[in-house]
Design a binder for this molecule. Structure first.
Ligand code: UDP
Length: 324
């Protein structure tokens, strides 16, 4: 199959591109390389381009004529989105509309969209299933929910079929060590903990120790990036094989959670480094517990978790951090 991947040089996109290449697909990655890297595109061809550039986007898609589009390119920092909301609506919503215009013009039938658990906001019922009302609490989450709605409307009046995958906390690195997270800045817990172990930060702060959880710290559903990458491929083949009407959303997580303290303890075990930890104030907008119910993904697409093991997730991320 010919697959057009926006943001395919980024963290999650590059893991998906690697798997698609291994499966023998013909891939064209379209990435502005603002946070992605040329070295991360292990398969197919890379076109350096921005999804805001409608002419280039249309031209590239028209000449490649893909069977499917997987859309990762987006701005993804929650805190930044609260400071720069227009940037998030421009890049994540308006530029995605550009892409969808090109998709419609070329009658591309299948579309996989990177969404996020941030569309749920602070959910009351755990684990979270897809029927939970959307209530994002920052422009990042709102921008992703807006595109889910656009896709729903569009698929109702066209032949486009779409799966939006709502990612929970993505972590870890390619088990063979070829790929991993390589952002200039990151706010994510596992990466920050490992960078602290490496000595890049002097300490790791625990944001809040008075949550209503067993050890007082927030609980998250950490999913290995390679398992998440497989979810995209499963979702794509579900679209192709099954009679899917309109668009469908699917949670991507393991259905269990670890607290900030548990992550830190495991990182100490994996790295064998006794890095400094401090208790600090809550970070605004953090929900106490976020755990996915991913039954729909499993039932509909046949996806199975392979790396549901916090130690392994941290181990692969640590191997990557040590090298880079
Ligand atoms: N967290 C923390 N210290 C850090 C980074 C994150 O205590 O340096 C906490 C954060 O408050 C949240 C959890 O770790 O409860 C996961 O945060 P992350 O930013 O990795 O993902 P999020 O769930 O916010 O998408």
């Amino acid at each position: 199959m010919k697959i057009f991947v926006t943001g395919g040089a980024g963290y999650i996109g590059s893991h998906v591109v690697k798997l698609l290449g291994q499966e023998g697909h013909d891939i064209l990655v379209y990435d502005n390389l603002s946070t992605g890297h040329e070295w991360a595109v292990l398969s197919g061809k890379l076109v350096k381009g921005d999804i805001s550039d409608l002419d280039k986007l249309k031209e590239t898609i028209k000449s490649f004529l893909p069977d499917a589009v997987i859309h990762f390119a987006a701005s993804i920092q929650v805190e930044e989105s609260t400071r720069l909301p227009l940037l998030y609506y421009q890049n994540n919503v308006s530029n995605t509309i550009n892409l969808l215009n090109a998709v419609m013009e070329n009658n591309i039938p299948y579309f996989i969209y990177s969404s996020t658990a941030a569309v749920y906001g602070i959910p009351e019922i755990i684990p979270i299933d897809e029927s939970t009302p959307l209530s994002p609490i920052n422009p990042y989450g709102t921008s992703k929910a807006m595109v889910e709605n656009i896709l729903d409307d569009l698929t109702r009046v066209s032949k486009l079929k779409c799966v939006s995958l709502r990612y929970f906390n993505v972590a870890g690195a390619d088990p063979s060590g070829q790929l991993g997270q390589a952002y200039k800045e990151t706010t994510h817990l596992i990466t920050r903990v490992l960078k602290t172990a490496k000595g890049e930060f002097s300490k790791i702060s625990i944001y809040g120790n008075d949550y209503d959880t067993p050890d007082g710290t927030c609980i998250r559903d950490y999913i290995h990036v390679t398992d998440l990458a497989w979810a995209h491929i499963c979702a794509l083949f579900y679209l192709i094989d099954k009679t899917v009407k309109n668009s469908i959303v699917m949670n991507c997580g393991y259905g269990r959670g670890f607290s900030v303290r548990e992550v830190i303890k495991m990182a100490r075990k994996v790295t064998n480094i006794d890095f400094k930890v401090e208790e600090s104030a809550r970070r605004s907008g953090d929900a106490p517990v976020i755990i996915a119910n991913s039954q729909r993904l499993k039932d509909l697409t046949g996806w199975k978790a392979k790396y549901d093991d916090l130690e392994y997730i941290i181990k692969t991320a640590w191997e990557w951090e040590k090298k880079n």
